[in-house]
Write a new protein. Structure first.
Length: 137
């Protein structure tokens, strides 16, 4: 809630998170949120980055980490497209080529594998209960 509202406890704003690792996007997202919390009046650009992290990057990161099977890959590509639809056209034109370039799971063979993998459970047939006291009207 503190990140979303942009206001947090004073001790959180003055903590030193350590050195930034540019090779780790999760670290960069964390540092961006800390910067957003520590700024008295964050710039619109910083706010836009924070909203992107909250609406698209973080949910996608957790979805990918929770994914067990490669057959879920096409669903994750679709989710990344869906989660970035809120962006204005100029930013969408930056994000969509990145999704396309990294969308290996959007290849037809992966789509077919995802279609044949059925994650529904097969339930046992239960006959319906009959109401023997029902009357005709």
């Amino acid at each position: 809630m503190a990140i979303k509202s942009g206001s947090g406890k004073e001790d959180l704003a003055v903590r030193n998170p350590g050195s930034l690792s540019h090779s780790r996007w999760l670290t960069a997202a964390n540092r961006t949120h800390r910067l957003h919390l520590s700024e008295e009046s964050p710039t619109p650009e910083l706010q836009e980055i924070v909203v992107f992290i909250l609406k698209s990057y973080a949910p996608m990161w957790f979805s990918i980490k929770a994914s067990k099977y490669f057959t879920e890959g096409p669903k994750l590509v679709y989710q990344s497209i869906q989660s970035s639809r809120y962006l204005p056209d100029d930013l969408r034109n930056i994000v969509y080529p990145v999704i396309e370039r990294n969308g290996f799971f959007a290849h037809p063979e992966h789509l077919m594998l995802a279609m044949i993998q059925d994650n529904r459970t097969i339930g046992t047939f239960m006959p319906p209960k009959l109401n023997f006291k029902a009357a005709r009207k």
